[in-house]
Ligand binder design. Structure first.
Ligand SMILES: Cc1cc2nc3c(=O)[nH]c(=O)nc-3n(C[C@H](O)[C@H](O)[C@H](O)COP(=O)(O)O)c2cc1C
Length: 232
């Protein structure tokens, strides 16, 4: 299994350490890990030029950074997205990254490799806000078409990993063990669940009516999705 990790912070704290627990647990299954740290690997805000929607993602002024992350994600079977909770939501740098991938929402030009991938979203908070932070990230992953999505959220009552109590770390390790087994068994055959399929058919309906812009509509036609071909 190939893994791409997008860290929603450069701080190597609790969230980072939980990812390392997963990577250790999955090491016998994993052949390659690509890691992207934010904002290091996506250091620009979206400028709103909408060239990605109207023309091509290659026309994005931040194409160089976007394409490196896209290539890393494309070759991965497991996408791990992480963010600490900041002010009850995902970090600003994670939102900035997701903005750059709005063009691959199903309403526009979904990347067909996503439908066979597993997503794992990891968040930590001092106390609260994991649900909204998960939603911030899972909204994008679902609308990209990611086949199966796992989530782990944990209140750590700390601002770094050293401050997390031993009992809490043990609980986290047990949760990582359980979820890793589920990920391994899910990885044998990933097909998208009902939510992704319903979204795909709704978007297909819109594209059959002409879609929202020619770039998107041509893309759907080229993929054969308006006929019998499916991305899964
Ligand atoms: C700017 C900022 C905002 C935060 N906002 C929240 C919050 O809304 N709710 C909360 O419970 N913890 C909040 N925290 C605490 C972090 O979410 C928590 O310490 C987290 O585990 C840090 O992850 P890390 O160690 O991977 O950096 C905030 C921390 C920072 C630096």
């Amino acid at each position: 299994m190939k893994v791409a990790v997008v860290y929603g912070t450069e701080h190597k704290g609790s969230t980072y350490n939980i990812v390392q627990l997963f990577l250790k647990k999955l090491e016998n299954e994993v052949s390659e890990v690509s890691e992207f740290f934010l904002p290091r690997d996506m250091s620009h805000f979206c400028r709103g030029c909408a060239q990605c929607f109207m023309k091509s993602e290659n026309s994005c002024p931040d194409y160089e950074q976007v394409s490196k992350i896209r290539e890393g994600m494309e070759k991965a079977d497991l996408l791990i997205f992480t963010s600490p909770v900041y002010a009850y939501h995902a970090s600003g740098q994670m939102k900035t990254l997701l903005d750059h991938f709005a063009y691959q929402w199903m309403v526009h030009r979904p990347n067909k490799t996503m439908f066979k991938k597993i997503g794992l979203v990891i968040t930590t908070a001092a106390g609260a806000g994991m649900r909204k932070t998960h939603t911030d990230i899972i909204d994008s992953l679902s609308y990209w078409g990611v086949g199966k999505i796992f989530r782990l959220g944990r209140g750590v009552a700390s601002i770094n990993w050293d401050g997390v109590k031993k009992e809490n770390k043990e609980k986290i390790e047990r949760e990582v063990d359980r979820m890793s087994s589920k990920i391994i068994s899910a990885s044998k055959n990933v097909t998208p669940g009902p939510k992704v399929r319903i979204l795909f058919y709704l978007m297909r309906f819109a594209q059959r009516k002409g879609g929202f812009n020619p770039a998107d509509n041509n893309y759907w036609k080229e993929q054969g999705w308006l006929e019998g071909v499916r991305p899964w």
